[in-house]
Ligand binder design. Structure first.
Ligand code: ADP
Ligand code: ASP
Ligand code: MG
Length: 407
């Protein structure tokens, strides 16, 4: 008998029939004799709808009140699913994140899990109950509800699997597993049987929303046995693990895109030491994450620095930099959200310098202009115009397929 954590995303619990489908998967696992802890997301577009509702009342609502509101979506799906399981005659209890012992820090809307006090869950499992837990939320030291950031239910599930020392953590979603690119947008995308934690972490961070990147980071740290699979198809999914033994393709394991970014460029900065430090330390103090950074070669006395941030941080970053114009001494700021990041990820590219060139060739052949480039050991990212993002992913995917026979 194993201890299994199963997580079901929003599409999987979108309506009554789908909740009954999920209840069937859960009870089948339970009938096989396993102990079962289940994490659910809010139904369908509930979280987006709640955000829209809040905007009607107060577009500048505090993050604390937003968390209070958004946490309700998961409560609805969990209680409904528990009712479906009750109706099937199985012992079940639903718990909120805080009832389940999720302690977080106090960063509302993007809280990080500090610990999971599992006593209540263990007590319910001892009573042979199926335990259903709201994803994406916890409680902070003030006793307030917090949420973990969009897509955070995956992280709730992996945190539970790590804390309970579960044998398996299954992330059920609306696709069959992790693909070489988003199977809804890219023709010829192929399901991976296995992927390493490191590659999955890069893909998730670079925009493949199939897993929340913090869930992958945690799975790697605690060596959680993680699997992504469909709640609809019954097909085998993708295993996420330390070493992927049977990967057919060593160069590139996936292509991802992220349209939710903005680029800021400071033009005419004085070309002297300390400029970048002052600029980026201010952004860091205000918890604004900076991604790709490009500094031009100085022209005479000045230089330019451009960088990308999450789209949600664009206005705040622009405001902060505006306030610093005289201290930093730049000429003007150029800001655009008409930009997207397209990336390739693969552990094998480190020994193969031709990989990046192949990506650039694919973009060149499609007439797509590259604005910025950034590389690491296992990824290459480029910035392109937002309207070119989807084509970029497709042509890069096609080019690697053509070159290597499979990506
Ligand atoms: P859930 O609601 O189950 O958490 P998400 O919408 O967060 O589901 O994630 C699943 C979606 O991720 C898929 O429907 C798919 O469109 C998208 N996706 C993006 N990149 C990939 C990829 N490389 N492999 C699989 N799915 C991907
Ligand atoms: N319901 C939350 C969201 O839509 C959390 C999740 O689905 O993982 O972002
Ligand atoms: Mg998700």
């Amino acid at each position: 008998m194993a201890l299994i954590v199963q997580k079901f995303g929003g599409t999987s619990v979108a309506d009554a029939d789908r909740i009954r489908n999920v209840a069937r998967i859960i009870t089948e696992t339970y009938r096989r004799g396993h102990s079962l802890v289940v994490v659910l997301s809010a139904q369908g577009d509930t979280t987006d709808d709640l955000i829209a509702k809040a905007a009607e009342i107060n577009p500048k609502a505090s993050k604390r009140e937003m968390d209070m509101l958004l946490s309700t979506g998961e409560q609805i799906s969990c209680s409904l699913c528990a009712m479906a399981i009750e109706a099937m005659g199985y012992p079940v209890v639903s718990l909120t994140g805080w009832q389940a012992g999720f302690k977080t820090n106090s960063v509302y809307s993007c809280a990080r899990i500090k610990s999971v006090r599992t006593e209540r869950i263990m007590a319910e499992l001892d009573k042979k109950k199926i335990v259903i837990i709201t994803g994406f939320q916890g409680i902070n030291k003030y006793g307030d509800v917090t949420t973990l950031g969009r897509g955070g239910s995956d992280t709730s599930a992996v945190a539970l699997a790590a804390s309970l020392n579960a044998d398996l953590c299954q992330i059920y979603t609306d696709v069959d597993g992790v693909y070489t690119a988003d199977p809804r947008c890219v023709k010829g995308a192929r399901k991976l049987q296995e992927i390493t934690y490191d590659e999955m972490l890069e893909l998730a961070t670079l925009g493949a929303q199939v897993l929340h990147n913090r869930s992958v980071e945690m799975a790697k740290r605690y060596n959680v046995n993680l699997e992504v699979l469909s709640s609809f198809s019954g097909q085998p999914g993708t295993k996420v693990k330390e070493v992927a033994k049977n990967m057919e393709k060593p160069y590139v394991s996936g292509v991802a895109k992220d349209k939710h970014i903005a680029r800021l460029a400071l033009i005419g900065l004085p070309d002297k030491p300390g400029t970048a430090f002052r600029l980026f330390s201010t952004l860091a103090r205000h918890k604004i994450n900076v991604d790709i950074i490009l500094q031009s070669i100085g022209r005479g006395e000045t230089k330019d620095i451009s960088f990308t941030v999450d789209l949600d941080d664009m206005e705040r970053a622009q405001e902060l930099l505006g306030e610093m114009q005289s201290t930093l001494g730049f000429d003007h700021i150029d800001v655009t959200d008409d930009i997207a990041k397209v990336s390739i990820v693969g552990a094998g590219m480190i020994d193969n310098p031709g990989v990046a060139a192949l990506m650039f060739e694919a973009l060149y052949n499609a007439g797509i202009n590259i604005h910025m480039i950034s590389t690491s050991e296992i990824k290459v990212s480029v910035l392109v115009d937002k309207c070119d993002a989807d084509t970029s992913v497709q042509v890069i995917h096609d080019r690697f397929y053509e070159e290597f026979g499979n990506i």
